[in-house]
Design a protein around this ligand. Structure first.
Ligand code: ZN
Length: 212
């Protein structure tokens, strides 16, 4: 089985996730650790639990989801994967950082691209990838049917949806992604979002004000 550990980091209160298998190998999803205290907290968790990261996989590349990428790539010698359509967003991250008044000198280079037609493999476990543009042009979500959960990035939140006013965002595209790619999952599926508390597909189908 795959298990999830959540952290909340940086001035944007972004959720970073670990997806861990029974051999204590793990993916790091959307590493947003920003200051020294957050980086130490994260590394201490990994070492105290004997966890071995194998790759960084991102739901998208807005700056609050990539603050920790370069330092983790350097430290653990692990590759960084994104959807190819998010490359323009990644390249624009240092400019966004200046606008938001936070530090991000250079954008990390992606090492591989994640395609929605493929599955991501961690030893004998697999994650489904779904393409969910709208919040950013290359947004993807990671679905684990056996565990009944999906890591949804900034597509769908508990009671809200991702913003669509940033470059490459589109409101109608986002609503369509949610309806076709998330609301087609079993209603009991837990959604781990990029910000805020977890929710479920069924709860958002019933009560999300943007999707009634
Ligand atoms: Zn975002």
């Amino acid at each position: 089985m795959l298990h999830i550990k959540a952290f909340t980091f940086n001035p944007f209160q972004e959720n970073t996730y670990l997806i861990i298998n029974d051999k204590k190998r793990c993916w790091i999803v959307d590493p947003g650790m920003y200051d020294q205290r957050e980086k130490i907290h994260f590394n201490t968790y990994l070492s105290a639990n004997g966890l071995q990261p194998v790759a960084i996989i991102n739901t998208h590349t807005h700056l609050d989801h990539i603050f920790g990428v370069q330092v983790l790539k350097d430290q653990y010698k692990i590759p960084f994967g994104i959807h190819a359509k998010d490359q323009p967003v990644l390249r624009g991250a240092p400019t966004s950082a200046m606008i938001f008044g936070v530090e991000l000198a250079t954008a990390p280079e992606p090492d591989f691209f994640i395609n929605e037609t493929e599955k991501l493999k961690l030893d004998d476990e697999e994650l489904d990838v779904r393409f969910t543009p709208g919040h950013s042009p290359g947004s993807i979500v990671f679905y684990y049917p056996q565990g009944g959960w999906v890591i949804g990035g900034d597509v769908l939140f508990n009671g809200s949806i991702g913003r669509t006013d940033l470059p490459g965002g589109n409101f109608e595209t986002l609503l369509s992604s949610i309806r076709t790619e998330l609301f087609s999952l079993p209603p009991e599926t837990i959604v781990y979002s990029g910000h805020g508390p977890e929710t479920s597909v069924g709860h958002e189908m019933r009560s999300n004000p943007f999707l009634q």
